[in-house]
Design a protein around this ligand. Structure first.
Ligand SMILES: Nc1ncnc2c1ncn2[C@@H]1O[C@H](COP(=O)(O)OP(=O)(O)OP(=O)(O)O)[C@@H](O)[C@H]1O
Ligand SMILES: [Mg+2]
Length: 499
């Protein structure tokens, strides 16, 4: 997915020229003809879509210098490459002092602009990453560290931001690798508690007999092996946030104590004599439906209601495929900068291919795939071949389960011929069936069926889009358009009401 470059120039010819070059370099170009429009874009709703600016210094109205100083006032840090006419060296010096990243002399050549843009984007990605690491270390990750532009995520972010303004207990549910901990850290980092500790406990990773001591602490000699006094995670998190990861795995005995601690705002160390008051905000996370655990008798209902005051459900990546190109770009820029790699982009084909995979390991899996691809790649563009391990995670085509929802047994007898083979191949080659009916027995929309056939074809031809287009007998641009249209349609429900 290409980075977006904002081009500001009052001269239409120059504008067109730079726009052309930027596109040829493989980036997306957004053009404006004055300085005010730049500021509007940078402060508008789509500001996060812009990655760098090519800015003309001399413009009527707000000029380039004016833009730079307004950016600084507003605390917007984004790489700016200034364009100057030949001989405008004084302006260049002032512009660089005002925070410009680089300058080019008009008329700029393609190669010069490309190098400048690449450096600017790499530096900014590296800066972003360093800031992220620093933030995370200091417990100050915020919502701006969460990369998403999916509609499916917007309401979740809104609720999480509201939650950050209070100390309400939050329960985050979602599959492995969807970003539960990232959300928990962002809530803490955006709350008034951000200067205090964020303490994470993986409840699933502690041996049963140590859970209580780790959460609530123990006195010296409280049990065999307790050679030192230990203060416990609750006390450690005093004033800040305690993140109870995999909370569904907490043993029942520890659940009783946790409930008491939450009710009383105090904890009692193992072997301790009196409870200690603690002020802790609880965020818990689980990749299982906690309510199911309650129904199965593994989780106390009263504790469930204490933790589940504000539930947030983060949808899996396959339910917000429109995020995939943005995440790809983010991870690509980050790893390319970190690894000092020559990789500058990823082919449209690869983006389309990766966007239709199911990603059972969600964002973590995508992150690792990009990391590996950047390290192993030999060219400057990542292509489908740079993601060789991914198909192993997708269902192998030969043994793919039927592509469709199975008919419920209770359905009335189906019209004969309501299931058609995906391809008119003789039985031994039949690799999947396309069900014409949905789970409730109604005929499925044409668009949905078409989308499924396209995804099947992409998996079948392992992402070779020319082959896919040829076999489906449609043009490649039609194929990409259809993929674009389908992306994000299957967004999952975002948050659930309190149950
Ligand atoms: N929206 C996002 N933008 C950028 N990075 C993300 C995003 N979501 C997740 N990540 C990254 O993906 C990785 C996995 O995220 P995280 O650890 O928060 O997931 P999780 O839901 O807690 O996973 P698990 O259930 O396996 O513990 C982390 O490196 C995280 O920084
Ligand atoms: Mg986690």
């Amino acid at each position: 997915m290409a980075a977006s470059i904002l081009i500001a120039d009052d001269d239409p010819v120059q504008r067109r020229l730079v726009e052309n070059m930027v596109q040829k370099c493989g980036y997306e170009a957004i053009v404006v003809d004055n300085g005010d429009a730049v500021i509007e874009r940078l402060t508008g709703p789509d500001a996060s879509a812009i990655d760098a600016i090519v800015l003309d210094l001399v413009m009527p109205g707000l000029d380039g210098m004016g833009v730079l100083s307004k950016m600084r006032e507003a605390g917007i840090s984004m790489p700016v490459i200034v364009q100057t006419a030949h001989g405008g060296i004084d302006n260049v010096v002032s512009a660089m002092r005002a925070g410009a990243h680089d300058f080019v002399v008009k008329p700029v050549g393609m190669e010069r602009l490309q190098v400048s843009l690449r450096n600017a984007l790499n530096t900014s990605a590296l800066k972003g990453e360093l800031q992220r690491i620093r933030h995370s270390r200091e417990g100050r990750l915020t919502f701006s560290d969460i990369i998403t532009r999916s509609e499916a995520m917007a309401p979740i972010l809104r609720i999480a931001e509201k939650a950050a303004a209070s100390s309400i207990p939050v329960l985050i549910e979602g599959d492995s690798g969807v970003g539960k901990e990232l959300f928990a850290r962002a809530i803490h980092g955006s709350s008034e508690r951000r200067a205090k500790p964020f303490v994470a406990v993986n409840c699933g990773a502690i041996p049963d007999n140590l859970v209580e001591s780790i959460l609530f602490g123990h006195e010296k000699g409280a049990f065999t092996g307790a050679t030192e006094r230990h203060m416990g995670k609750f006390v450690e998190a005093h004033g800040g946030t305690l993140f109870l990861d995999e909370v569904s795995e907490l043993p029942l005995t520890a659940q009783v104590k946790l409930l008491r601690a939450l009710q009383e705002g105090a904890v009692e160390a193992v072997g301790g004599r009196k409870p200690v008051k603690v002020d802790v905000r609880i965020i818990s996370a689980t990749n299982r439906r906690l309510l199911e655990r309650v129904k199965e008798g593994h989780f106390r209902e009263d504790l469930f209601y204490r933790l589940h005051v504000l539930p947030l459900t983060i949808p899996p990546l396959r339910a917000r495929r429109d995020d995939i190109p943005h995440l790809l770009r983010h991870f690509l820029a980050r790893f390319a900068a970190e690894e000092n790699s020559a990789v500058t982009g990823i082919s449209g084909e690869a983006v389309a291919y990766l966007s239709q995979l199911d990603w059972p390991g969600n964002i973590r899996q995508l992150e690792n795939a990009v990391y590996r691809a950047v390290v192993m790649s030999e060219g400057d563009q990542l292509g489908i071949a740079d993601f060789p391990l991914i198909p192993a995670h997708a269902p192998p085509v030969e043994h793919a389960p039927p592509l469709m929802v199975e008919r419920p047994a209770a359905q009335p007898a189906m019209v004969s011929g309501s299931e058609i083979p995906i391809a008119p191949l003789p039985a031994p080659h039949q690799v999947g069936t396309l069900s014409m009916l949905s789970a409730n027995g109604e005929v499925r929309p044409l668009e949905e069926l078409e989308n499924e056939i396209i995804r099947f074809a992409i998996a079948h031809y392992r992402g070779q889009m020319s082959e896919v287009a040829r076999r489906l007998k449609i043009g490649r641009s039609t194929l990409y358009r259809k993929l674009d249209e389908a992306t994000g349609e299957d967004a999952a429900p975002t948050t659930r009401p309190i149950e």
